[in-house]
Design a binder for this molecule. Structure first.
Ligand code: MCA
Ligand code: AMP
Length: 507
């Protein structure tokens, strides 16, 4: 298999821009030097954790791990205690990669720490850095200096590259093992669908511990030899500024497009910037029709939707420059992706009629190799060699897909993050003020869905304040999993078997 990053192998003095995070940037030569310096320091590790802040250090850390052939486990820096402990126990990283000055929580502080430097040598400008980013950095490393030989990971396409944790309906998140083959196949298939080239400058503001922000948003541009500008945090002004200043492509979750659509009315610069972009892409959750229509009405632009999943990387996309674009469609299967719709009884649906609903199953080089330490869950996720996505869809006559729902109602998509009702319920139950708890997702104009906690207080005269419960979930799991609303009940509705009837909650 060819290298994951041909542009890095090319020329140590390459001055083309690779990464920009705020005021800090790295050229291809600079990235090559920084990653080549770091790779030998982690080579031989079974696995490394990456403290995945939205920074150039995260990009350098992941690229170095890929060059060294060491699987990387990107960690949400806001992960709470319980979830972090689970991920570390499950993935057993040998060390953690973090930027100088990053403050690591206790469970991680026990691991050996390797600092990610953006410069192979202090003050070394020949390495291709456009400007010094870390002037305090002293050359860390044995061996590979700026412009030195790039390590070769051996290029086994099935070797694990990333382990990305993703929530299920119950229990703690599972680690999806993504091989090098899947990263390469999915990114190349997107390049085919989007005419994505080295000339593209991607603007993004997504977190770097999930597939969308890390694989598509960082590894994608680097595989093409193009560049990425990360905003650090999402703002409509930041998007307008970067698109007006050379950005060509925008990646975002629907919540971000919703916020852009809100800002459009009062921000002429944003309208102009969106209108001039080559490509606007939305994914991770359904883009609501009104959001799409507002953006199109103001800018004349259509937002391209693509459909993916941590376990499968990207499955379908609307293709750039092809045919009329129907909002609500997530497009056709990507190059080399086989896709079928299957009825509840397991029989495939052959109709392309826009109305027969089935579960989406996929097969292809884009698939993960399994859940870490979970052969049971891996086996359950497949029907033969078809991966069951759990998403329900219809197929139109032209082969394009429209997603209509999910098989499991206990999975909530909020702001593009997947949240399992069960994991939040378990944490709520551990709160002393909670006797019983059920968690559901409720429609939310901004987040798509919001997490709602239905709570039977331990003491009905003194129910725990909603803010306390939100803080508790944020501290144990992650802030994006916190309930945005808490409703108090005297008892949860249950059926004869004692099982909570969630449908009765919203009634
Ligand atoms: C809030 N915060 C808290 C608490 N409440 N911290 C501790 N305790 C609390 N009780 C913090 C948050 O961490 C955050 O910090 C800030 O307060 C605001 O939080 P919040 O209101 O929750 O954020 P938001 O404004 O609602 O975020 C919207 C968002 C976000 C930016 C759109 O949802 C987002 O980044 N979504 C992207 C999800 C994504 O990448 N999904 C891809 C996975 P601070 O302000 O400092 O940040 S899906 C995927 O990969 C597949 C393959 C696919 O198809 O793409
Ligand atoms: P995750 O498990 O966090 O990787 O999220 C994957 C899930 O996000 C998919 O199974 C879908 O339910 C949802 N998803 C991703 N892209 C889209 C999209 N374009 N439209 C609707 N849902 C999407």
């Amino acid at each position: 298999m060819s290298s994951l990053f041909p542009a890095l192998a090319a020329d140590p003095d390459d001055t083309r821009p690779a990464l920009r995070f705020g005021e800090r940037s790295l050229t291809y030569g600079g990235l090559r030097a920084a990653a080549a310096a770091l790779a030998p320091r982690i080579a031989g590790a079974a696995r490394v954790a990456v403290w995945a802040t939205p920074s150039a250090e995260t990009a350098v850390a992941v690229v170095a791990a890929l060059l060294a052939g060491v699987p990387a486990v990107p960690l949400n820096p806001r992960t709470g205690e319980r979830e972090l402990t689970h991920i570390l126990t499950d993935s057993e990283p040998d060390l953690v990669l973090a930027a100088p000055g990053d403050d690591l929580p206790a469970p991680l502080a026990r691991l050996p720490r390797v600092e990610v430097r953006l410069h192979a040598r202090a003050g070394d400008r020949t390495a291709g850095a456009e400007r010094p980013m870390d002037t305090t950095a002293t050359g860390p490393v044995g061996g590979a200096a700026a412009g030195g030989a790039l390590p070769d990971a051996g290029e086994d396409p099935e070797a694990p590259a990333l382990i990305v944790y993703t929530s299920g309906t119950t229990g703690p998140p599972k680690g999806a093992v993504l091989p090098r083959r899947a990263l390469a196949a999915s990114l190349d298939a997107l390049a085919d669908a989007w005419a994505w080239t080295a000339d593209d400058v991607l603007v993004h503001a997504l977190p770097l511990f999930h597939v969308h922000g890390l694989v598509l948003g960082v590894l994608g541009p680097l595989r093409r030899g193009g560049s990425v500008r990360h905003l650090g945090r999402f703002t409509a002004e930041g998007v307008a500024r970067e698109l007006a200043d050379g950005g060509t492509v925008l990646f975002g979750v629907p919540t971000m497009y919703h916020r852009l659509a809100e800002a459009i009315g009062t921000d002429e610069a944003l309208v102009k910037a969106l209108a001039a972009a080559r490509l606007l892409v939305s994914g991770s959750a359904a883009l609501p029709l009104p959001v799409h229509e507002r953006i199109t009405a103001a800018t004349g632009r259509r937002v391209v939707e693509r459909y993916g999943m941590t376990e499968t990387l990207m499955n379908t996309s609307v293709r750039v420059g092809e045919g009329p674009h129907r909002p609500g469609s997530v497009g056709t299967p990507l190059q080399d992706v086989a896709l079928r719709l299957v009825r509840d009884d397991g029989t495939p649906i052959t109709a392309y009629d826009g109305e027969t609903i089935g579960e989406v199953q996929v097969r292809g080089p884009n698939l993960f190799s399994g859940y870490l330490n979970r052969p049971d869950a891996t086996a359950a996720a497949f029907d033969g060699d078809w991966f069951r996505t759990g998403d329900m869809a219809v197929r139109d006559a032209d082969g394009s897909l429209r997603l209509v729902g999910r098989r499991a109602t206990d999975l909530i998509k909020s702001g593009g993050f997947k949240i399992g009702a069960g994991e939040v319920e378990n944490v709520l139950l551990a709160h002393p003020g909670v006797r019983e708890a059920a968690v559901t997702g409720e429609p939310d104009a901004d987040l798509g869905e919001r997490v709602v906690a239905w709570v039977v207080p331990a003491d009905p005269t003194a129910p725990p304040p909603p803010g306390d419960l939100a803080d508790h979930v944020a501290a144990q799991l992650a802030p994006h999993k916190r309930p945005r609303a808490v409703r108090y009940l005297e008892a949860l509705p249950r059926n004869d078997m004692g099982k909570v009837v969630k449908r009765a909650l919203h009634g």
